[in-house]
Design a binder for this molecule. Structure first.
Ligand SMILES: [Zn+2]
Ligand SMILES: [Zn+2]
Length: 421
C-alpha cells in the first residue's frame, strides 16, 4: 500500500507543519488549500489516507467526506477529520458523514502521527482480510506421493514427499494427512507465524505410514501454546490417540507423544462436523484397514479429498451391490469444485496390484466424470512413477477424456503446488 497522505487545510501554517512532520516520518505527502482542490488532487493521485479540516472555504470538510464515500473509486479512503470544534455533536456528525477518526485542533504533532499510524494499520488489516476472502479455500500440496517417500533426481518436478496438504479457510489452518510433506509444512508455518500460538485442525484419512509419518517432524507440535486437533476414525482395535502414540514409541522414535509441548486433541469422527462456517463430512473407503475421504464445504464451494481407495467393481466384479457402493462414493464427491483423488496405478499395473486398495488413473477420471466435478487433481502417485511416467499418465488422462467428451479440468498433483477455490 502506498504510504501517501493528502492534507487538506485552508490554514497554511497548520498544513505546512503537518506536511513537514509526515514527510519526516517517511510518508509521501500531498497538500491542498480547500475542499475542492483536495477532491481534485485525490481523484488524480489516490491517497489511502487523508487529513481534512472540516471548516474550509468552497467545499467544506463534511462535504469532502460525503463525496469520498459516494465515489466508488475513493470510498475506501481513510479520513481523519480535524477541527477546532470539540462538541460531541460535531464529532458525531463528522463520523456520520464518513470520517474514520477525529482530531481536535490545535493538535500535537505526535497525536497526528498516532492517528496516521492507526489509519495505516487499519487499512492494512482490511486489505489482508479482503485477500483472505478472495477465495474460499487456499491449498498447498506439500506431499503428493503414495506409499513411501521417493526423493531423487527422477522425481524433482512432481516431488517425492508422501501425502500432506495445507488448507486455509479464512484465518484457519487445516491439514489433510501428515505424511512426510508435513515436515516442510511445519517449517513454513513456523516461519510465517513465529512464536504466535496456533490452532491447527488435522484431518487424517487413515493411519498408514504414508499418511502419518511426518507427524513427529511437524514443528508446531513441539511449540508450547499451539493446539493441534486431530480428526480421524477410531482404530479397529485401539483409539486414535493410541495409534499416534504407537508411532512415537521409544522403539521407533526418540521423542514420545506425551513429551510434545503443543496440546493435542484427538477427535474420533462419528458424523459431520461444523467448524465455524466450514462443514466437514467423511465417507468410508475401500482400503485395507479403515480409511475415509473428506468433503469440505463453505460459502457454496466444495473440496473432496479422497485417497487410498479401490473401486468395489474393480476388486470384486460388477454386480448390483458393488455398482451401488461405487455410486455412493461418486455421490459423496458430487459436483465438487476440486476433487483430489488418488490415481496410483496404470491399467497395466493394476492387474498385478489388484487387492492392494488403490485406483488407476482411469478410475479417478471416471469417478470425476460421474460425480460432475469441476477440477480433478491426481494424487498419491506410485513410488515407481518418476516425472516422465507421471507426464505420460497425465497425457493419457487428457486423451481418454477427449475421446469420451469429458470437459472438466484434470491436473497432476505436485509437491508445492498451490490451488485456490
Ligand atoms: Zn497411502
Ligand atoms: Zn493406505
Amino acid at each position: 500500500m502506498a504510504r501517501r497522505i493528502l492534507v487538506i487545510d485552508d490554514d497554511a501554517d497548520v498544513r505546512k507543519l503537518a506536511v513537514m512532520r509526515l514527510q519526516l516520518a517517511g510518508y509521501e505527502v500531498l497538500e491542498a488549500p480547500d475542499g475542492q482542490a483536495g477532491l481534485e488532487t485525490l481523484r488524480k493521485e489516490l491517497a489511502p489516507v487523508i487529513i481534512v479540516d472540516l471548516m474550509m472555504p468552497k467545499v467544506h470538510g463534511y462535504a469532502v467526506c460525503q463525496e469520498i464515500r459516494n465515489d466508488p473509486a475513493l470510498k475506501d479512503t481513510y479520513i481523519i477529520a480535524t477541527s477546532a470544534k470539540r462538541y460531541p455533536v460535531d464529532i458525531r456528525k463528522a463520523m456520520e458523514m464518513g470520517a474514520n477518526a477525529y482530531l481536535i485542533k490545535p493538535y500535537e504533532m505526535e497525536e497526528l502521527m498516532e492517528k496516521v499510524c492507526e489509519a495505516f494499520v487499519t487499512l492494512e488489516s482490511l486489505a489482508e482480510e479482503a485477500a483472505a476472502h478472495a477465495f474460499t479455500f487456499w491449498l498447498r500440496l506439500w506431499g503428493t506421493r503414495g506409499s513411501i517417500a521417493t526423493p531423487g533426481p527422477k522425481t524433482l518436478r512432481y516431488g517425492g514427499n508422501t501425502s500432506c496438504i495445507e488448507m486455509r479457510h479464512g484465518r484457519r489452518i487445516f491439514m489433510l494427512d501428515c505424511g512426510t510433506g508435513a515436515r516442510e509444512m511445519g517449517v513454513a508455518i513456523q516461519r510465517e507465524f513465529g512464536e504466535m500460538p496456533l490452532e491447527i485442525d488435522l484431518f487424517v484419512s487413515h493411519t498408514h505410514w504414508d499418511h502419518i509419518q511426518g507427524f513427529p517432524f511437524f514443528q508446531p507440535v513441539y511449540q508450547p501454546g499451539n493446539r493441534i486437533r486431530i480428526y480421524s476414525l477410531r482404530g479397529s482395535d485401539k483409539s486414535l490417540e493410541k495409534v499416534f502414540t504407537g508411532q512415537m514409541d521409544g522403539s521407533y522414535f526418540p521423542v514420545e507423544l506425551t513429551d510434545l509441548k503443543g496440546s493435542l486433541e484427538f477427535h474420533e469422527l462419528e458424523g459431520p462436523l461444523e467448524l465455524g462456517d466450514l462443514k466437514v463430512t467423511h465417507f468410508g473407503l475401500n482400503h485395507p484397514g479403515l480409511a475415509v475421504g473428506f468433503r469440505f464445504e463453505a460459502a457454496g464451494k466444495s473440496l473432496v479429498y479422497l485417497t487410498d481407495h479401490e473401486p468395489y467393481c474393480r476388486l470384486a466384479g460388477v454386480n448390483d451391490l458393488n455398482r451401488r457402493l461405487d455410486r455412493e462414493v461418486d455421490e459423496f464427491v458430487n459436483g465438487a469444485d476440486l476433487y483430489i483423488r488418488e490415481a496410483q496405478y496404470t491399467e497395466e499395473e493394476y492387474v498385478r496390484k489388484k487387492g492392494w486398495g488403490h485406483s488407476t488413473w482411469k478410475d479417478a477420471v471416471d469417478s470425476a466424470h460421474a460425480a460432475g466435478v469441476k477440477r480433478l487433481c491426481l494424487y498419491h502417485h506410485d513410488p515407481m512413477h518418476d516425472d516422465i511416467a507421471l507426464d505420460n499418465i497425465l497425457s493419457a488422462c487428457w486423451e481418454y477424456m477427449k475421446s469420451q467428451g469429458m470437459k472438466f479440468e484434470c491436473m497432476m498433483g505436485a509437491d508445492l503446488m498451490e490451488l485456490t477455490i
